[in-house]
Design a protein around this ligand. Structure first.
Ligand SMILES: [Zn+2]
Length: 294
């Protein structure tokens, strides 16, 4: 085993981008990317764990390409953007923008994505956040079929902002999604990294790329939610949050206090992200809620 792996490089003057190709080169072809936002380290942690797993375990049926760190310089600098041009790489697909470095990386990733059957992009939603799948599942039935195969309980409708890898892939007919998990600002979470790993392995099993059983996906109570509702504070102050990420909240429930001012949930659903131990200027975000569909 392990002979079906190929470590390859994209060499450009400022950096060397590593990617790993497993399998025959045939269909189904899956692209898994991480750290397109350089400070979202849990995704890269999971991608490297996946690489080690695929190296030593069963043979891949089809092709899995893993790019554990897309934004190579941002990953080192622990910045969301590419530090040489401040471009958010996940807003400029498929052509790229800014420096030649960003353009080359974006076009290279797009070349692989556009010839794939599935695209899964790993992100972090913050240090105090719950894991969720993000996709355009309402409009695109092939995307919905894909997210039905990702073993996780929370799927959120995307705003569809163009220029994102998964959105552009979706628009050319490729089932694509993001999984957002806990971590960010240069930190990773082992707990969330493991949860993300199980979801990725389960997805590969469920689309027939791995022959192993998917971890308990049939027991999942998967729920589809609407677009995230961002809760802002009308006043500035130190935040004391009283809910945990992943909790269920009802409209009008207390989420926390900013300088003693109570912040209530504007909707019923799952708390995806809630800040803690920070000072918030007025109009800054306290939490994000995934609203339950009517
Ligand atoms: Zn991100």
């Amino acid at each position: 085993m392990g002979l079906n792996m190929d470590l390859r490089y994209l060499d450009i003057p400022e950096l060397r981008l590593k990617y790993y190709v497993f399998g025959s080169g045939g269909s189904p072809r899956v692209l898994i990317t991480a750290a397109i936002h350089g400070d979202e380290v849990t995704g890269a942690y999971t991608a490297y764990k996946l690489i080690n797993y695929l190296k030593t375990s069963e043979r891949v049926k089809g092709t899995v390409t893993v790019v554990p760190v897309v934004n190579v310089l941002g990953f080192i600098a622990r910045t969301r953007f590419n530090p040489i041009d401040y471009v958010d790489m996940n807003r400029v697909f498929p052509e790229g923008a800014g420096s030649l470095t960003t353009r080359k990386i974006v076009r290279f990733i797009w070349e692989i994505a556009s010839s794939s059957d599935y695209v899964l992009d790993l992100h972090c939603a913050g240090l105090n956040s719950y894991q969720y799948v993000l996709a355009l599942y309402r409009e695109f039935s092939k995307v919905r079929e894909f997210t039905d195969r990702i073993p996780w309980d929370t799927v959120v409708e995307s705003t569809g902002t163009r220029g994102q890898l998964f959105i552009e892939a979706t628009h050319i007919g490729i089932p694509a999604a993001i999984i957002e998990t806990g971590g960010g600002s240069g930190y990773y979470s082992v707990k969330w990294g493991e949860a993300l790993f199980n979801s990725v392995i389960g997805t590969l099993s469920n689309i027939g790329v791995l022959s192993s059983e998917s971890p308990a996906s049939s027991y999942l109570n998967r729920k589809y939610y609407g677009r995230l509702v961002h809760v802002k504070t009308p006043v500035e102050g130190f935040l004391t949050s009283t809910v945990e990420p992943g909790a269920f909240t009802r409209k009008g429930d207390l989420l926390g206090e900013v300088g003693g001012f109570p912040i209530y949930s504007p909707t019923t659903g799952r708390v995806i992200r809630v800040d803690r131990d920070v000072f918030l200027p007025s109009e800054d975000s306290v939490a994000s809620i995934a609203p339950l569909e009517e």
